[in-house]
Write a new protein. Sequence first.
Length: 296
Amino acid sequence: MPSIFSLNNLCKVRRGSPQVGTGSGAESLKPSCKRYGSSVRNGRWRVVDVAATAGISTQQVRNYLDEGVLPPATRTESGYRVLTDVHVHALAVVRRMAEGHGWARTREVMAALHRGELATALAALDAGHAELDRERAEIRRVLGAFETVVVSPAVPAPRRGARIGEVADLVGVRTTQLRLWEQRGLLRPVRAPGTGYRVYDAAELRAAQVVALLRRGGYPFEIVAAVLDEMRTTGRPQRVRAELARREQELHQRSLRRLRASVELYGYLAATGRVTPHGASDEATPPPENGQAATD
């Protein structure tokens, strides 16, 4: 089966052509037409040229081959690796995947694909998207919890600081609960010199009130801790809101990078015969690697 991503074919396609050259790694291969047109013929690539398409070392390409991140390469009788257009395409996908999913998951996904384990690769991808969903949900819960805290006025704090019994009365909980929250790292009262009694200043009294308020609202300790961390770090409500909004925007960008990586990966699956045009897969029969042989 001839490679639809051969360098010769790519160089003949105009930008925007619906045939080859949009998406699925093709855009990342186009610069190679000009740079390697004289040294790459009929889809045959040297390791050094494949490495140059991504700006990495030849040793890194060899590492990817050994780890299964790139498809298997046959060898000539003299021991040189045989590379094809598929390896160039796979490397472009690897780089895009790393931008969206990080190197650990990229290695896991690509190695599974090249072992013929599509289901394993898809499960790893799903886990990555699920992580983003959990992060997004946590940001929203933290923001909701914070808004609950903002509308609740702070209890007045004694000038000299408050003992644990006073704090318990002021926020409406038992002293045992305050000790438990302290053990969890949520509260940080100081100890009075000489007596060693716990003393809560205005900030810690407010923290105790926040914990009590959020626990009554059913928020888990992780969310309570996150709200307290934001309050201690940023201080003013406006800054807390701005920080949470920044994190949510960062999450949007990560989600878009993963979406783009998924588009590139699907193009690679289709180009190498791992899925049909309608999305069905055939894991029983390993697909042929497109392209013709080349040596180091």
